[in-house]
Design a protein around this ligand. Sequence first.
Ligand code: HEM
Length: 140
Amino acid sequence: MTPQQIALVEASFAKVAPIAATAADLFYARLFETAPDLRPMFPDDLSEQKNKLMAMLGTVVAGLRRLDTLLPAVQALGRRHAAYGVSAEQYAPVGGALLWTLEQGLGAAFTTEVKQAWTAAYTVLSQTMIEADRVSLKAA
Ligand code: HEM
């Protein structure tokens, strides 16, 4: 990610943060509409899940400028996801629902540059999570 992209992700996340609860509602509604097969993987009551997701996104966004110190936490998150039964392919619909949610929340502020910046951020994040199992031996 370029420094400019990091700044765009930070600025746009700051706009969504005040409506985090609504954004989380929109995100899961969209995710299960576009990928209904993922619904059984989650608990019936999503309220805890919604808080955790938004908190984790906040942590990640806040850490983009020092990605190297953030990576161990993202790798650990990836290993937990592998244990939840999440496969590499399932990261795509989640990324799609995330971008869609940002578009709803930001409206006209969701410019092409902002979209590209978030796509770059989600790619780094999801690739790190997906590869965490594979590199865990090497990193240990
Ligand atoms: C960048 C992407 C993602 C982030 C930031 C994220 C974040 C989180 C967080 C913070 C938790 C709480 C538990 C924990 O920390 O281990 C969690 C749980 C979970 N996530 Fe994700 N997640 C991501 C991608 C995905 C994807 C692609 C799936 C695929 C279906 C998924 C499915 C789940 C499931 C099933 C749980 C456990 C629910 C439960 O049983 O309580 N996540 N996620």
